[in-house]
Design a protein around this ligand. Structure first.
Ligand SMILES: C=CC1=C(C)c2cc3[nH]c(cc4nc(cc5[nH]c(cc1n2)c(C)c5CCC(=O)O)C(CCC(=O)O)=C4C)c(C)c3C=C
Ligand SMILES: [Fe+2]
Ligand SMILES: [Fe+2]
Length: 343
């Protein structure tokens, strides 16, 4: 039977598209104190990130932190800023372009940030307006934590609540122990370590820290990090048998106890104990950012060298290079199954 014709004044409606929305944490729009203050105000007001009751936290945030930290952080950002903007945004955009290439034009790939720009609600709406009504939201956090993965889910819920006509969504599960992720890290570490002009004695796997309390409250983040380290260590033992692999947590914030050991403590302790050549990898970051390029490669290096270390290599994150993109393609194809015929 012929479908009834739409009345002539009916607007055309785009539907039926499938998309992937890559999401990362977010970053300031510029390496200036004002832009950093705007970014930190949004980020540090998220109760998933700072789990202190608002009545106690707001005066500290607005009275102290947002008055002092933006200038310090803006200096850190200005040391790593690129012609394409913040490294985190530039690399996430490059990952989206590379994934688009790999998936072909049956799937539309876009990217968004949890905090700052391009915002998650704006890109979700833009995809829906373009007729993409089945969307895989892929948060680029291999290890689950309430502060990251769950916060993206909260924001998605907020965005959906404001939409009359919602797209169907799928979300990428944490992939901390996925063989494709471990294989990408293994391949990348072996390639980078073999290309160094020195042989590191130690590979330090440095993850972003979290308040220790979150572990006791049931957040699986610490276990996910430890499992990634264990699986990667097992693989590397076969390829680089003389390399000792250690794990640490960086980026401590505030006065509470954070997960240990702290990266800077390990860097100093290793150097003092006689380690002269060390490589660091940050497997929990899918893209290089201020935490790897400034905190590890600039400040971490100072700590290691001041304690007697001689050579430090900060290995790049998976970024948009082949091993990491092959992994993202494999994860995306798996999660899109049934939505797209044999892509
Ligand atoms: C209570 C504070 C913070 C928690 C908890 C936290 C968790 C967390 N963060 C990442 C990933 C990134 N964090 C980045 C920067 C950053 N993180 C915090 C604080 C907490 N993070 C601050 C204040 C900042 C800004 C920089 C600074 O002022 O020191 C970044 C880099 C962003 C960039 O623009 O380059 C990433 C990525 C994870 C994975 C995580 C919990 C697991
Ligand atoms: Fe952070
Ligand atoms: Fe940091």
């Amino acid at each position: 039977m012929k479908p009834p014709e739409l009345p002539p004044e009916h607007p055309s409606v785009a539907t039926g598209g499938v998309g992937v929305l890559l999401v990362n944490l977010g970053t300031p729009d510029a390496p200036t104190p004002d832009a950093v203050r705007r970014y930190l105000a949004e980020f540090l007001s998220d109760p998933r990130v700072v789990e202190i009751p608002a009545i106690a936290w707001k005066p500290i945030l607005h009275g102290i932190i947002l008055r002092t930290r933006p200038a310090k952080s803006a200096h850190a950002y200005s040391q790593v800023w690129t012609p394409e903007g913040s490294p985190l945004a530039a690399i996430t955009a490059a990952q989206a372009r590379a994934l688009q290439e790999r998936l072909g034009d049956t799937v539309t790939v876009d990217w968004a940030m949890r905090y700052g720009n391009p915002s998650l609600p704006s890109r979700l709406q833009a995809m829906k307006d373009a007729g993409i009504d089945r969307i895989l939201v892929a948060s680029l956090y291999p290890q689950y934590s309430g502060a990251t993965t769950a916060s993206v889910m909260d924001k998605l819920g907020d965005a959906l609540r404001a939409m009359r006509w919602q797209p169907a969504l799928r979300t990428l599960p944490p992939y901390h122990d996925d063989p494709a992720y471990i294989a990408a890290l293994e391949e990348d570490v072996v390639a980078h370590v073999s290309a160094l002009d020195f042989t590191p004695e130690v590979l330090l796997l440095s993850y972003h820290g979290m308040p220790e309390r979150t572990l006791h409250l049931g957040d699986p983040y610490h276990c996910h990090c430890r499992k990634t380290s264990r699986l990667l260590t097992e693989r590397l033992a076969l390829r680089l048998p003389d390399l000792r692999v250690e794990t640490s947590f960086q980026s401590r914030f505030g006065r509470a106890k954070w997960l240990e050991p702290a990266t800077e403590t390990v860097l100093a302790a290793e150097a003092k104990a006689g380690t002269r050549r060390l490589a660091i990898l940050a497997p929990g970051f899918s893209a290089d950012c201020v935490e790897t390029l400034e905190e590890l490669a600039i400040r971490g290096r100072e700590v290691f060298e001041e304690a007697g270390g001689e050579r430090l290599a900060v290995l790049p994150c998976l970024n948009a290079r082949e091993p990491g993109m092959a992994m993202l393609e494999a994860l995306a194809r798996r999660e899109l199954s049934g939505w797209v015929a044999a892509i």
